[in-house]
Design a protein. Sequence first.
Length: 351
Amino acid sequence: MRFSLFIHMERYDDSISAQEHWSNLVELTLIAEAGGFSTVWIGEHHSMEYTASPNPIPQLAYLAARTSTIRLGAGTVIAPFWNPIRTAGEIALLDVISGGRAELGVARGAYQFEFDRLAGGMPATDGGKAMNEIVQTVNHLWSGDYAFEGEVFQFPTSTSVPKPVQKNPPVWVAARSQESHDFAVAHGCNVMVTPLMKGDEEVADLVNKFETAIAGHPEAEKRPDIMVLRHTYVHAEAEPEGWKIGAAAVNKFYRTFDAWFGNKTTPVNGFLDPSPEEKFSERPEFELESLHRTAMIGTPEEVIERLRHYEALGVTEYSFWSDNSLSHEEKKRSLQLFCDHVVPTFSGAAD
């Protein structure tokens, strides 16, 4: 099993500038590369400071110049806000800039808030059609001239300019349902999943859907990979109560997610307060003890034990999700502990 870093500039107020947050993101990426991580993933979100990332491509292009080995993943672009020709061309350009290190993740989108502002109020649940058509077309565009008549996108004969260094940069699909796993495997894509606030039984269920999809497509030329993305916080053995720091930080993240996802309050200059704790008094998954069990929170030894279970299930990439409302110094300490004590115990982790 290999490891990757999932990261954004993450602002809950304006006490730290966006420029300082960017410097922090770069520092964490360099720590991850030195620590044996295979990939850094940056996603796409609009007009929300707590995940400030209107376009992952320029961020990854900058990181390409600051790094030498870590792969650079757009994880993920929101398909309805893109176009297949733009997607293919921008990923190919990133691949050229980085010497063949680009990867593409595609998702349908989740926040109605964003669809109200970038897609004319289109229901976020309808984004899957655009995702499917981008997945169906990018490899053709990377290979040469191609025309397409889809339900969402239509274009005459076109091609990706430039062409990528890799014959086909890896494409990942954000999947949850059995149908999305089947679609990804049928189109030669890797799969990225997140159990969110559910326990490791959800990881096992998602892997089972992935394996079911593989069994249903014996024609696939290559076995795809599956990545599990999970909030991660590692604390030292000498800090037996250290888990509470990580659990409280993840709790704040999910309460902020709830405020944005609910789409009921107009943000002020890109900020929304987290939903109040009392809203979740009947939601045990928000309790710190529950988050300790579900998020990847613990000492290096505890984290290693759980990751061994993931590896045995067949997970090929574990992504260290660093968005969690912690300070930069706390994030840096946690990531360094993971690099120093967890990564080396998994043979071939940096391959």
